[in-house]
Every structure is written in structure tokens, then in C-alpha cells.
Design a protein around this ligand. Structure first.
Ligand SMILES: [Zn+2]
Ligand SMILES: [Zn+2]
Length: 413
């Protein structure tokens, strides 16, 4: 025991593991505190808890890392990145502890989850589909009437990454995933291809699963209805809303156009009834759905088609896979410009040009039909190769809209 004036420091007798005495200022002894069996038990429990925590980190850490990866590619937030790096470092440290202590059973489980993680990360790697047989048909005839025009109405954007959109995309390549409605003006009646985000998107978002909201950073612009109203657009000219498919981000603005018929295929109508949270809005919005059939013949490699106004200016073809009743809308203007609105067949152009599917996790979450999607993707890929004069417009890729004038900025509307 070493004394410092009247104070006395505690010095543990290591041999007996006892604390011989303790006194405070004033020198009054508190008595001998023995390192009792209780103390040993507490220390033993703490040690077991610590070991259990390290085991948990080693086994569950890779699962958490996988989840953070999925969140980060959908919403490249620095918080997900920092947490992911911390988890990865912790897992490696725990692996070292397991090896040093030779906890081989725990190590086996940890190895298993880490292998699953590697397989999961591998589903984001490039895996291009084989090139389809080339098309040889000439470009289909069209007789678009004078006075046709097309406008883009951007309604919002999600900040995502290329890795989220297609296999082989980089997680460091940030991409804007836009939500844009397209107005096609036609003498027989204007058409809105999808509606983008509507006036009530904030309320609609509240119904989405928590995990989806965690992985989504949505920035809203003016709704399509407000953009049209602001420019004094005569709504009586709007004949139809034509959906590429019924997912929330395409149908959100439908309630802003009460009474306007919403054109859908029978397959998509069935999907709306059974499609879960992604079509819950479509199901509950009392839209005037109007089904149409593909009564036309083959069109650019597709076996069926629907020529909406009979002049070849707006031709719809079935493109199932992303949803059962997804379609591609081909638009030909009187000036000769041609567009293919492919909806969510791909989220970014690379998906089509490099024949890369959506990553497994994203496709799985959407409940896509991978076989049908692959067929449609290859068919559109062949079209993109054969007819480079057609502008391919994936719904969420801003590059697709580069040649389409924006409604709110156009002086000639
Ligand atoms: Zn979709
Ligand atoms: Zn979409």
C-alpha cells in the first residue's frame, strides 16, 4: 500500500485478486472489499456478453453490409456509406478475433454469411445478355397528321446510382432517376404518356414500405397538371392518359385529371388488382380505366400491336416483364422524328444498349418476370440497333428526353 498524504490509493493484490482496503479523503477506511464470487460472476458474464457480441458482428455483419449496399445504390447517402465501411471494418476485426481464439463453429457461420454476401454483391456485376438476332424489316410506315407535337413535363427526380439501374453500373456513378410525363398533341385528341408524380405524392409515399422509403430520396417538381394549368392548357383536348405500366411513379398524377380515361391492357388491369404496395395507389384512386386490345399485326419484331389513331403515329406493343401488362409506345411525328417510350423496361439506357438486366435485388423486390423481361429487352435491343433514328426513352433516364422540348419552357406549345 502506497500512501499520498492522507489519501490512500487502491492497489489490488494480484495474487489474491482482492482489494485490501479503500479510504477516501479523511483517511476513514471503508473496509476491505473482497473480489467476491459476485465480482467474478459479473466479470464472467461481461466477458461472455462481449464474446457473444463479437460472434454476432461476425455472423450478422455481412447481412447488415448487404442491406446497406442495397440502400446505398438506391440512395447514395454518405451515412449509408460511412455505416457500411464501419460494419466492414468491424467484421474483419471480429474475423481476426475468431481466428485468434479458434472459434471454428462461429467461424463457419461467419464464413457462410460472408460467402452469401459475396454472391449478393456479385449480382450487381456486369452480365450482358447475348446479342439478339438482327432485325431486317424496313421502318414501319406512318402518316402522322400535321400539328402533332410532343412535350416533356418533368415532375420529380430520385437520386440513385448506375448500380441500382443495371448490372455492371458503378455504385459511385450517381444518376438522376427522373419522373416525367409526356404530352403528345394530336388532332384526334392529346395523349399523356404516364403522369409522373402527382399533387398527392407526399400522401401516397406514406403508404410505402419503410425500407423503400429509407432507400428513396425523392425531390418533387411541379405536378404535370399544374404545369399544364399554369400555361392555360385546355383540358378538353386531353383525350387519354396512356400508361406504360401502373407503378406508383407513373400513375401518381392520374387523380389530378379526373374523368380522363386511363388506357391500360387487360393484363395490367389484373396487375393493379393484385400488385401489392406498388399498385396500391392505382387500385384506390377510382381512375376511369379503359382496357384496349392488341388488334394490329406484327410491329418491328413484336408480334402484336395497337395503332391508336389508325395513322401509325402512336403504336403500342405489349412489353411484359417489368409488370405483366407493360407496353412500349412508339410515337412518330409529322416531321419524321420517332420515339420509343419503353417505360421501365430499363431504368437507364445502358440497360438496353449493353443488354444488362436490373440487379437481382431490385428485380426481385419488384416481382418482375425475368424470362419475359429478357425477351422484351432483347427485342427492344434489336430495334435500337436496327433503327438508330428512333430515340429510345426509358421513363427514368433524363438522356432520353434531351430532344423533347420541355412544356414549361416551350414557346410554341
Ligand atoms: Zn415500374
Ligand atoms: Zn418507374
Amino acid at each position: 500500500m502506497k500512501e499520498f498524504g492522507r489519501e490512500e490509493l487502491v492497489v489490488c493484490d494480484k495474487r489474491s485478486n482482492r482489494i485490501p482496503s479503500l479510504s477516501l479523503v479523511g483517511g476513514e477506511p471503508l473496509g476491505e472489499i473482497a473480489n467476491t464470487p459476485d465480482y467474478d460472476r459479473i466479470m464472467g458474464r461481461l466477458s461472455k456478453l462481449g464474446a457473444a457480441f463479437l460472434r454476432l458482428v461476425a455472423i450478422a455483419g455481412p447481412v447488415l453490409f448487404g442491406l446497406l449496399t442495397a440502400l446505398y445504390v438506391g440512395r447514395p447517402s454518405p451515412y449509408y456509406l460511412a455505416t457500411g465501411i464501419t460494419v466492414a471494418v468491424a467484421v474483419v476485426a471480429c474475423d481476426g478475433w475468431i481466428i485468434a481464439r479458434r472459434h471454428w463453429i462461429t467461424g463457419g457461420f461467419a464464413l457462410a454469411t460472408q460467402i452469401v454476401l459475396l454472391i449478393f454483391v456479385g449480382t450487381y456485376m456486369a452480365s450482358p445478355l447475348p446479342a439478339p438476332s438482327p432485325l431486317s424489316d424496313p421502318l414501319p410506315q406512318a402518316s402522322p397528321p400535321g400539328g402533332m407535337a410532343i412535350y416533356a413535363l418533368p415532375t420529380g427526380v430520385n437520386h440513385r446510382t448506375a448500380a441500382f439501374a443495371y448490372r455492371g453500373g458503378s455504385p459511385w456513378d450517381k444518376r438522376d432517376s427522373v419522373s416525367t410525363a409526356v404530352l403528345v398533341r394530336h388532332p384526334q385528341g392529346d395523349l399523356l404518356i404516364d403522369t409522373g408524380l402527382g399533387r398527392s405524392i407526399a400522401e401516397q409515399m406514406k403508404q410505402f414500405p419503410f425500407l423503400f422509403r429509407l432507400g428513396t430520396e425523392l425531390v418533387r417538381f411541379q405536378a404535370a397538371a399544374d404545369q399544364l394549368d399554369a400555361a392555360g392548357y385546355d383540358r378538353r383536348r386531353l383525350r387519354y392518359i396512356l400508361l406504360t405500366h401502373a407503378h406508383w411513379d407513373h400513375i401518381s398524377g392520374v387523380p389530378d385529371f379526373p374523368g380522363i380515361p386511363v388506357l391500360v391492357t387487360a393484363a395490367e388491369r389484373g396487375f393493379i388488382e393484385e400488385g401489392g404496395w406498388a399498385t396500391a395507389q392505382a387500385k384506390s384512386m377510382n381512375a376511369v380505366f379503359q382496357e384496349y386490345a392488341f388488334d394490329g399485326g406484327p410491329y418491328m419484331g413484336f408480334t402484336q400491336s395497337r395503332d391508336l389513331y389508325g395513322d401509325g403515329s402512336i403504336v403500342i406493343v405489349p412489353a411484359p416483364g417489368h409488370t405483366p401488362g407493360s407496353v412500349v409506345v412508339f410515337v412518330t411525328l409529322s416531321g419524321g422524328a420517332r420515339y420509343a417510350f419503353v417505360g421501365d423496361l430499363v431504368w437507364q439506357l445502358e440497360g438496353l444498349l449493353e443488354r444488362e438486366e436490373r440487379p437481382w435485388f431490385e428485380a426481385r423486390t419488384l416481382g418482375e418476370d425475368p424470362v419475359l423481361l429478357r425477351q422484351t429487352l432483347l427485342r427492344m435491343s434489336a430495334i435500337a440497333t436496327r433503327y438508330p433514328q428512333i430515340t429510345i426513352v426509358p421513363s427514368h433516364d433524363p438522356r432520353g428526353y434531351a430532344s423533347i422540348p420541355e412544356w414549361s419552357r416551350s414557346a410554341t406549345r
